[in-house]
Design a protein around this ligand. Structure first.
Ligand code: ADP
Length: 183
């Protein structure tokens, strides 16, 4: 279940699923600044990867909001995990939160390019524990990914793995409204 779009020769896929099962070179973790084993998707990724991931993360020196760091994937199907720290929605003015969220997607995609990663999967960053409204977050996520693919023509495949039917619906309608000013 999901949708595939082609942008500048790259695939953008919106689907429902569990990101820890996604067969891509890199999955993105909605991490915390300490890069510690947390809850939500972060907890699921750490459980599936095994303790090697937390060991490596403890040596990465944390991560600032809006930035990203790369580690191995350990027992995950993916070779890499890209850890990015989304904004806590209520800790920022809306415009600043939007810029930080956009930066998460852009920095993760930049790291993918730097590491020769051709296939990458994102969860819906910041829309769980960090409280970002999903409809707003979806617009920002998709606009940032589409813009990146238009500029760089890679990675070849970007998957947004949504965890509920409702999130998939929200992202799908946000995609269809991109550029119309009412997404
Ligand atoms: P944040 O702290 O950035 O808000 P969360 O992990 O709380 O991150 O939530 C981000 C999104 O990830 C939420 O939509 C949540 O439902 C979703 N999620 C949780 N587990 C998984 C999973 N295994 N695969 C994909 N998405 C997941």
């Amino acid at each position: 279940m999901g949708n595939t779009y082609v942008i500048n020769g790259c695939e953008l896929i919106l689907k429902k699923g569990d990101i820890t099962q996604e067969p891509v070179a890199a999955i993105v973790n909605a991490a915390n600044p300490a890069l510690s084993h947390g809850g939500g998707v972060c907890g699921a990724i750490h459980r599936a990867a095994g303790p090697g991931l937390a060991d490596e993360c403890s040596r990465l020196g944390g991560c600032e909001t809006g930035m990203a760091k790369v580690s191995g994937g350990y027992h995950l199907p993916s070779i890499y995990v890209i850890h990015t720290v989304g904004p806590v929605y209520h800790a920022h003015q809306p415009e600043e939160a939007a810029q930080l969220l956009s930066s998460c997607y852009r920095e993760s995609l930049n790291l993918a390019l730097l590491n020769g990663i051709e296939t990458i999967a994102f969860p819906s960053i910041s829309t769980g524990i960090y409280g970002y409204p999903v409809r707003e977050a979806a617009k920002i996520a998709l606009a940032t990914i589409v813009n990146f693919l238009k500029i760089h023509g890679k990675p070849a495949k970007v998957v947004m793995v949504l965890f509920s039917d409702s999130d998939l619906k929200t992202y799908s309608s946000a995609y269809l409204s991109l550029g119309k000013g009412d997404a």
